[in-house]
Design a protein around this ligand. Structure first.
Ligand code: ATP
Ligand code: MG
Length: 419
């Protein structure tokens, strides 16, 4: 397996390993970071585990890194974080005391966390074999759960009895699909069957599921992830939990070709749903207002068509350029309409007028022509539609002429009516 040594060249953790060893304590890099190093990826976060108890971990770190602030994360869990980032490099890590977890009652939070465990016990309480590897100060990697060969085969397998492990913490079912999609592999058959047997996630907050869902969707194989969610029953469980059983079939075809942007991937996935249903679903999953807005606007991506230039530019004005570009990118995946993109690029490059303030005249000019009140906004909007069709006319004189002609026309009409 490739081990990416780039990260190890600037290895910032010698001080850390040294400090614990000096105090006669074990410390290892563990979990996802070891997995990612073996996959040649830069770990998202660096988790360490140590034989020292939480108070001692804090004392050792305080002495080893006197200039840095310790971040205590839930004393009960004994996790101590430290941020060593500098201008050049973003490095923060967390150290947790070895622990074994006992008795779960709510499908989510361990009732008791026992310290004074060994590294072997510590990894056995972790979720998947590929997340159960550890590494010592010399870079040697240890495996007590078969994680190394599973990683080579790209297989996500529970440590221990899958059904029990999923009962302890039902979020693991979602993590399982997410990791399989992330490493481009499969879920081990026993592990997968255990999810199919019991796909429920009751007791886990929707926010946490939403985070896993978002990670899968923006990951390298969203299509696989959603297919697995459907095949295991996790998708139906999600619909139930968000009271969205009436949501139309999600679209996985070509979703991996959509840029890895959360709103774009959601809009693609849910493109067959009405704005109302999609909004309810996303709100039920506690997506941010920003995401809900973007997705519901993007749902209409197919309708953009530069052959009706007024409508096209009106959509651009309403959506704003960044969102409009996302919509065009979705279109490109669906059925490439190159013309739309050519027109859009021309609009941008030529600085064609799109919003009222792009017009060469303003409300004050209209006032001096005798317009007043609501008329001013109406005329500006009308002028804007006019220059949408012929951007070259966006000049003071031409616009004033136009407005005058409309004013005279209107006066004539009013004259007729009062006759
Ligand atoms: P990523 O950071 O990419 O989400 P990760 O494997 O680092 O992946 P984290 O949530 O950061 O995942 O957790 C770090 C480690 O803690 C995991 O690798 C795993 O060993 C353990 N772990 C995390 N969540 C659970 C859980 N719900 N049940 C058991 N072990 C867990
Ligand atoms: Mg992590």
């Amino acid at each position: 397996m490739p081990m990416n040594h780039n990260f190890l060249e600037n290895w910032p953790f010698d001080v850390l390993f040294e400090a614990f060893t000096q105090q006669g304590e074990e410390v290892y890099l563990v979990g996802g970071a070891v997995r990612d190093l073996l996959l040649g990826k830069r770990p998202g976060d660096w988790d360490f585990t140590s034989s020292a108890e939480p108070d001692k971990i804090a004392a050792i770190l305080a002495e080893a890194f006197p200039e840095h602030t310790l971040i205590l994360k839930g004393k009960r869990f004994g996790t101590i974080g430290i941020d060593l980032s500098d201008a050049a490099e973003d490095v923060s890590f967390e150290i947790t005391a070895f622990r074994k977890e006992e008795s779960y009652t709510d499908g989510r939070h361990p009732e008791e966390v026992a310290f004074q465990a060994s590294i072997f016990e510590d990894v056995r309480r972790r979720d998947f074999t590929v997340n159960g590897l550890w590494m010592d100060r010399h870079g040697a990697i240890f495996d007590a759960v078969g994680g190394f060969s599973d990683l080579k085969e790209k297989k996500i397998r529970c440590i221990g009895q899958a059904d029990e492990r999923f009962d302890e913490d039902r979020l693991r079912k979602w993590r399982c699909v997410r990791f399989a999609a992330q490493i481009g592999g499969q879920i081990d058959a026993h592990t997968r069957d255990a999810i199919i047997e019991a796909p429920t996630t009751d007791g886990v907050s929707v926010e946490r599921i939403q985070i896993e869902f978002s990670k899968m969707l923006t990951g390298p194989d969203a299509a696989f992830a959603v297919r697995e969610l459907k095949a295991t029953g996790l998708w139906d469980d999600l619909l139930r939990r968000s009271a969205s059983e009436d949501l139309p079939e999600p679209v996985t075809e070509k979703i991996n070709e959509v840029p890895s942007d959360l709103a774009m991937r959601l809009a693609w996935l849910l493109q067959n749903g009405s704005a109302d249903r999609v909004r309810a679903f996303l709100k039920g999953l506690r997506f941010s207002n920003q995401i809900v807005r973007e997705v519901t606007v993007l749902l209409n991506f197919s309708t953009l068509d530069c052959r009706d230039i007024v409508k096209f530019k009106t959509a651009l004005r309403q959506m704003g350029a960044p969102l409009f570009e996302k919509a065009l990118a979705l279109q490109k995946v669906k059925s490439d309409n190159a013309q739309n993109r050519v027109v859009f690029i021309k609009i941008v490059n030529d600085h064609e007028p799109i919003v009222p303030s792009d017009l060469a005249i303003g409300g004050r000019d209209l006032k001096s022509l005798g317009f007043h009140g609501r008329q001013i906004g109406d005329v500006l909007a009308r002028l804007l539609r006019w220059v949408y069709q012929s951007p070259k006319q966006n000049q003071r004189e031409a616009l004033l002429e136009r407005a005058k002609a409309w004013r005279d026309q209107e006066n004539k009409n009013e004259g007729k009516q009062s006759e």
